[in-house]
Design a binder for this molecule. Structure first.
Ligand SMILES: CC(C)(COP(=O)(O)OP(=O)(O)OC[C@H]1O[C@@H](n2cnc3c(N)ncnc32)[C@H](O)[C@@H]1OP(=O)(O)O)[C@@H](O)C(=O)NCCC(=O)NCCS
Length: 217
């Protein structure tokens, strides 16, 4: 199936919201996408089309490294593909296009909190090897970084923070409001699984491909 990736337009917004609702099984990521679109600058928002239909979406937003405000870095999240179009390369096409869009913006580093079996194929490696720590208590292998500018992180170690929108939940989710909640949302986003709590340490087995979230979404 031919897949094309392009910038999101205002006319795509309802389709993008529907994709995030369906892919994640709830409104958290769809709300996050809406918030990032309004507040994050720059914001890369891409859609994937197959047979004239929008079937996938990827967003990247700025992240900050404590003590290094000049670093131009973006975080890759959320990404969603319609369930009946998963596993055929739509997500991969979105990631590759997203990295190209970041290069065009002059981004030096892209980070992702994601499945360690998926993102290395695009060049991501554990961020800890490059001196980065994640603001969320993520498993080491799940927090990954890619230097688009080789050497960009030399002498730039520190704590990496995602856009504040990741930490903010609507009032209806007040019971979830906490730093842990933001991480829980990222966990679902990256399919570490909602069963994993930051206080648990590394999820059992270290390989989360068959997690509950995989089958529940
Ligand atoms: C994760 C997701 C975006 C991947 O998109 P996709 O179009 O299915 O991915 P592709 O077809 O390009 O790549 C398929 C590969 O990704 C792997 N993969 C797909 N979903 C995965 C997941 N949630 N966790 C880990 N690996 C996953 C597949 O096993 C496959 O691996 P292989 O090539 O080694 O066989 C899509 O499955 C999705 O929308 N899932 C629900 C939402 C989600 O979990 N988003 C995570 C990012 S925030």
């Amino acid at each position: 199936m031919d897949v094309t990736v392009r910038d999101e337009t205002p006319g795509d917004r309802s389709a993008v919201r529907a994709i995030n609702l369906l892919a994640f099984g709830g409104p958290g990521e769809a709300d996050l996408v809406d918030a990032l679109r309004e507040r994050a600058t720059p914001c890369v928002s891409l859609v994937a089309e197959a047979a004239g239909r929008v079937v996938g979406h990827l967003m990247l937003s700025p992240v900050t490294l404590d003590g290094h405000p000049a670093l131009r870095a973006m975080g890759l999240a959320p990404m969603a593909v319609l369930p009946d179009h998963q596993g055929i390369g739509v997500g991969s096409a979105l990631v590759r296009a997203g990295l190209e869009a970041c290069r065009a913006l002059g981004t030096e580093v892209v980070v992702v909190l994601g499945h360690p079996g998926y993102y290395p194929r695009f060049g991501f490696a554990p961020a800890s090897r490059l001196g980065l720590r994640c603001v969320y208590d993520a498993p080491d292998e799940a927090f990954m970084a890619l230097e688009l500018t080789p050497g960009a992180l030399v002498d730039r170690a520190g704590l990496l923070r995602f856009h504040p929108a990741f930490d903010e939940l609507p009032e209806s989710d007040a019971s979830l409001r906490s730093n842990d909640a933001a991480f829980a949302r990222l966990c679902i986003c990256i399919d570490i699984g909602p069963w994993y709590s930051p206080s648990d340490g590394i999820p059992p087995g270290g390989d989360h491909g068959d997690s509950t979230a995989h089958t529940e979404r």
